[in-house]
Design a protein around this ligand. Sequence first.
Ligand code: UD1
Ligand code: CA
Length: 489
Amino acid sequence: MIDDSSSPLAVVILAAGQGTRMRSRTPKVLHGIGGRPLVGHVLAAARGLAPERLVVVVRHERERVAGAIADLDDSALIVDQDDIPGTGRAVEIALGSLGGFDGDVLVLSADVPLLESATLSALVAAHHHRRASVTLLSAVVGDPAGYGRVIRDDAGDVQRIVEQKDATEAEASVAEINAGVYVFRAATLRTQLPRVDAVNAQGERYLTDVVGLARGAGEVVSVVQAPDAAAALGVNDRVQLAEAARILNERTVRRWQLEGVTVADPATTWIDVDATLAPDVTVLPNTLILGATTVLSGAVIGPDTSLVDCEVGADATVRRSDATLAVIGAGATVGPFAYLRAGTYLGDKGKIGTFVETKNSTIGERSKVPHLSYIGDATIGTGVNLGAGAITANYDDLAKHRTEIGDEVHTGSHNVFVAPVRLGEGAKTGAGAVIRKDVPAGALGLSLAPQRNIEGWVENNRQGTAAADAAARARTAQKADDGAQEQDG
Ligand code: UD1
Ligand code: CA
């Protein structure tokens, strides 16, 4: 294959459109799949080709879109489309920003997010090999509605592209669609773009018209069919957004399965593109592994679990739980029904159990918060066991305060730690204690008065209630019993 790879490559990503069919306050290209905006997927695929120039054309919600692009790829050049609409105008503006660039221009649509670098490289290689002026990517799809159709002549050569809204019935029945991805010689764009008018159903200057114009001028126009038609999916509405998310997720799940991750139910498992899973991780149904989450070998995640930007250690288990920005140590257990908020650090072999909420807290190695607790702004040492119903009262209406619990502390059930407060190493507390003052190392902290029974309180204070009646019956029976015993005696 002749591959003139010395020809420099510029990539232009079109992201200026409004995305009306999304019916959204959020610009279309910022809607996310796999934890990344649509335009982020396209930027990543483009970067895979190491182009000399990378330009993104923006207009709709300019500041938001440009800001997001700068966050994703700070060396992309952002250029502004003017008020002349159409993909042809967008490329014309981009070309202007490339100065005298003389090479190939790969045009990508920010709303076609599933194309991979390998497909794009193959497109560029075919373009060189065929010495073409224009090479476009097409796909044969089951339902071509909404796409531009590739119109070929009797010899099978491409003549032009016709948009859905401008197509005759015969043209609309063509199943080969334009993916919205092309390689052009820069010189061809310079010659043909000025000839593109807006005489069409949408009154826009279509980039697609360059295909017919170049062909008419006797230039070589070639087509590469996408190996996987689904990869050419364009996202114009929320139905297609969900479809793209599903296809991307299928790819991601499959990739991790082949790397040695057990995924029990791929259809209900969602893994973001930036997450990392080690071999021998098990993911159970209805589980979301999102953001930059990493999970180490032997860990079992799910069922019914969501992890966002978390680190999970080797052999840990996280069942039916929700965690964000949390670090879970090796061999630790979380859940069922735990809620780990930002800044939770659970040490190796630690436990955060059922109906427990944690945030901004460190729970040391082998330490356990097993049931019905809220742990906020706390530093807990190693080998600690908090009784059921432990609550850190971390907020006094004005500020947050910390609770410190030393190594090997065991607390009674239903304790409140009124921060700032410290329990020293090895300390213990009684059931129901409200700990307002520090407990020294090794001390037993008690705060409840000894139990006192006030006889007859219910009958005196709750006359006429079922409780009072029951108490009265019990007392009468007891008296009769006592009287009978006296007589016997
Ligand atoms: C476009 C193609 C169509 C192709 C389809 C593939 C044209 C005229 N039609 O149609 O043949 O089958 O993509 O998905 O090109 N944009 C701009 N500036 C504009 C208008 C659009 O930058 O003035 C951007 C959009 O943000 C989007 C991309 O270009 O990322 C495509 O625009 P869109 O309006 O979605 O075109 P389609 O109707 O999908
Ligand atoms: Ca589109």
